[in-house]
Every structure is written in C-alpha cells, then in structure tokens.
Design a protein around this ligand. Structure first.
Ligand code: UD1
Ligand code: CA
Length: 454
C-alpha cells in the first residue's frame, strides 16, 4: 500500500528562547527535523510533506532536498489545520503523521504501526505515562476499543486519570482524511483545530482504531526546551555507545563518548574518554583512539593509533600508522602504512608515504612526502605566497634537517638531505645535501661586554 508522510514542523518553540527555529536545533549534530526526515525516508514513502511556519525560510533552506515537499502553514491554528495544509499534495492509500520535534522515533516502531493501518482502520501510537499531564488521553470503551482522544485541557477529572497518552503519531487511510479534516471545529479549550478529533470521527464512521506502543518511551519524547533537548541527546548517545560496544568496541566510559554522524567499526577497537566522532568515520579492526580526540570524516585503517588530544578532519591513517598526542590532521592529510606524525604537527592536503615520519612541531601543507622520509622538528612547507598555493614534492628516504623552511614550489629527489635551519628555495637533486643557511664563523678571544662602573 502506498504511503505519504506528513511531518509537522510549523510550531514556534518559544521555550527554546532561540533565534533558531525549534526543529533545527541539533541532536547528535543533526537537526531534530533532519532525524525525522531520515527516518521517514527509510519507510520509502511516495511523498514526504513537511509543514513549516515559524522560521519557514530557514527550515526550507537548511533542509531542501529533491524528495521533500515543503508546505507553508501561515498561522498555527492547530495540528489538524497543519495536516490540512498538506492535503492537496496527498494521494497515497495511507498517511503517516510525524513531528519535527520528536527526533528519536525508530523505523521499526513505525513499521509496526503501519502494519495496522488499512483502508478501513486507523493506527495510533500511544504511550503509558507515569505523569500524563499535558498529553491527549486515549479514551477506550468497556471492551477496550479506542473511542476518542481528549486533550488534557478539555478532559474531565475522570479522563485525566487515564495514563495512556497520545504520542501524536498516527496513520490513517488517505481516502478518508480529507473528509475528516474538513469537518474539524475549533470549539474547544484551546480554540484549535485538533488532529486528535479525527479519532472520534473515524469511530463514528465505523472504523476501528488499532494501537501500538514504542519499545522505549524516549522514542516519542519531544523537545520543547533545552533541558529536554539535552535529555534526548544523552539518550541518543547512550544508545549509540551500546550499539558500538555490541559490535566489539571498548569504550573506556560510554557516558563520555559522542557520535555526531555515522561510524563503521571493526573488532577490538579501543576508544578512551571524551572522544567525539563526526560526519562519516571508518574505524578498522584494532584501532586505538586516545582521550579527548575529535575525529571527523576520517578513515583509520587496521591497527592505527590516534593519541590523546588529536584533531582529525578529512584525514586517513594507513595500517599501523599513528599520530599525536596533539596532532592536527586537516582535509587531505593521508598517512601511509606505519607512517608517524608526532606532537604539534599540522598536515593539510599532504601525503606521508609508508613509514615516513614527522615527529615534532611541523606544518606540512600541499606536500607529497615519499616513503621512509624523515621530517625534522620545526620543518615548515611555505606553501602560500599570499595569493596562490604551491606544492612541495619529496622522494623516498629524504632527510629534512630540523627547522628547515621548504619554499614551494620545490622538489627534493630520493635520498636528498637538507641541513638544519636551511631555507630551501630551489630543487634538490637526488642523493645530495642542500645547505641553505649563513655559514658559521667563530671569533677568537671574544670579550663579552661588561657593566659600566658608577
Ligand atoms: C499534541 C496532541 C496531544 C499529544 C501531544 C504529544 C493535538 C491536538 N494534541 O498536543 O494529543 O498528547 O501532541 O506531544 O494534536 N504544530 C504545527 N502547526 C500547528 C500546531 C502544531 O505544525 O498549527 C506542530 C508543533 O510544531 C508540534 C506538534 O505539531 O511539533 C504538536 O503541536 P503542539 O501544539 O505541541 O501539540 P500538543 O499540545 O503538545
Ligand atoms: Ca507538544
């Protein structure tokens, strides 16, 4: 059966106290609405319709994609009114309603819900709550059949005793929706067009309402303020940490690990405390990551070691390569197998060949460094003349003396050597020594200045 998904995301989110529309606030580095859209995509619907209102332009701009239909709700007159705005674009046999500020809803839960909706039946996701204050209550008859949803503000004292709450997530037969939405009224405590009133209408039309519950109540938790946002974030991170541990990763402390993107892991990976993984990260078997590392869009091959306090962005470490502590690997930094980058070394768009080493305090940018070459402490590739960038190319087994400045464009042949403190401005042939510094002279019997008397 075909499926349309409507995501409600027009609300203001006053309690966030933010210039950013509520649904754009991130959980695990991705906007709440982005999470909901990605989950919706997994259900392979024929259309995803996002109802926007507050901050509509910003939401549309940030999330624009070919498979999304944005629908403007100019005034927020209620959840029923919001869905009605999308109505002209709906044509599927089933319509699923989701919420842009309920980001942790799981695909599996929605699939279970969708199994229960049909041409002649609705499916409602409900949750049993210890404190259902504020939630719509699920009213059932003596046989347990759902009769209606009554909003908290409209509920009688007896109805307020009901602990089964409405999550808001609902799947309905598409052919009936227009009729029901057209008959909604706003004569209720909040003066809004309630989507929830559709339930009683369906029952009156003779359609049963099936219910389903999420595995975990946090799946249907919305974020109205930054406290709830932080709770969702922690819950997401705990889940991510558990999934990684189940795949054979040791997390020194699962409470001090953050995933803000996607990671694939091999077995026997060790991750120390306060590590943040962002974007797409690939971690192969036996990799070790020290404390306080931020690793974004990077690939760590088998047995690679990232020592404490390193920052990687768009980098690749070959098998058995290592970097840090305090290494900074920027986009295009590639370490060959067993290559080594030590403390306070920055690489950008630079390839270190197999077994090559840059042990201390260097900047290597736009550079190609051959296998087994050794870069002395304090070496700088001068790759920028203020207008253009130039490359430094080095062969294999090159030895760069400490504190050398390699003024690009420049190339050094295999087994070339530079003397410490050299400024290298012209190419160095293979097997030769380049010394580009002032010659030392010693002055015999040099008398040091002495302090003047009186
Ligand atoms: C709604 C449900 C309630 C349920 C609760 C769960 C209704 C009438 N009530 O109540 O039964 O227990 O969610 O959290 O549906 N929105 C729009 N346009 C509007 C109004 C709302 O896009 O005109 C969006 C909001 O941005 C929000 C969501 O719909 O994401 C829910 O709206 P809200 O006003 O918070 O509904 P509740 O009163 O919490
Ligand atoms: Ca709400």
């Amino acid at each position: 059966m075909s499926l349309d998904i409507v995501i409600l995301a027009a609300g203001q989110g006053t309690r966030m106290r933010s210039a950013l529309p509520k649904v754009l606030h991130p959980v695990a580095g991705k906007s709440m609405l982005g999470h909901v859209i990605d989950t919706a995509r997994q259900l392979k619907p024929q259309g995803i319709h996002v109802v926007i209102g507050h901050g509509a332009e910003m939401v549309r701009e940030r999330l624009a994609a070919d498979d999304l239909n944005f629908v403007l709700q100019r005034e927020q007159l209620g959840t029923g009114h919001a869905v009605a705005q999308a109505l002209p674009a709906l044509s599927a046999e089933r319509v699923l309603i989701l919420y842009g500020d309920v980001p942790l809803i799981e695909q599996a839960t929605l699939e279970r819900l969708l199994q229960k909706v049909g041409d002649d039946q609705l499916a409602l996701l409900t949750v049993d709550l210890v404190d259902p204050t504020g939630y719509g209550r699920i009213v059932r008859d003596a046989s347990g059949a759902v009769q209606a949803i009554v909003e908290h503000k409209d509920a009688s004292p007896e109805q307020r005793q009901i602990c089964e709450g409405n999550t808001g997530i609902l799947a309905v037969p598409g052919a009936r929706l227009g009729d029901w939405l057209g008959r909604l009224s706003n004569s209720n405590a909040q003066g809004e067009y309630y989507l929830t009133d559709v339930i009683a209408m369906a029952v009156a039309d003779g359609l049963p309402v099936a219910t389903e519950q999420p595995q975990d109540a946090m799946e249907v938790q919305g974020a109205n303020d930054r406290i709830q946002l932080a709770e969702l974030e922690r819950h997401y991170q705990q889940r991510a940490a558990r999934q990684l541990m189940a795949q054979g990763v040791t997390l020194r402390d699962p409470a001090r690990f953050d995933l803000r993107g996607e990671v694939s892991v091999g077995r026997d990976v060790l991750i120390d405390i306060n590590v943040i993984l962002e974007g797409r990260v690939v971690i192969e078997e036996g990799v070790e990551i020290g404390a306080n590392c931020v690793i974004k869009d990077s690939v760590l091959r088998k047995g690679a070691i990232v020592k404490a306090n390193s920052h990687l962005d768009g980098a690749e470490l070959g098998e058995g390569a290592d970097c840090g502590p305090f290494a900074r690997l920027r986009p295009g930094a590639v370490l060959g197998a067993k290559a080594h980058v030590g403390n306070f070394v920055e690489l950008k768009n630079a390839v270190l060949g197999e077994g090559a080493k840059a042990g201390h305090l260097s900047y290597l940018g736009d550079a190609e460094i051959g296998a087994r070459s050794n870069i002395g402490a304090g070496t700088i590739t001068c790759n920028y003349d203020g207008a253009n960038k130039f490359r430094t190319v080095m062969g294999e087994d090159v030895f760069i003396g400490s504190n050398s400045a390699l003024v690009a464009p420049v190339s050094l042949g295999d087994r070339a050597t530079t003397g410490a403190g050299s400024v290298i401005t012209t190419d160095v042939p293979a097997d030769s020594l380049a010394v580009g510094r002032a010659k030392q002279r010693n002055i015999d019997g040099w008398k040091r200045p002495t302090k003047r008397q009186g």
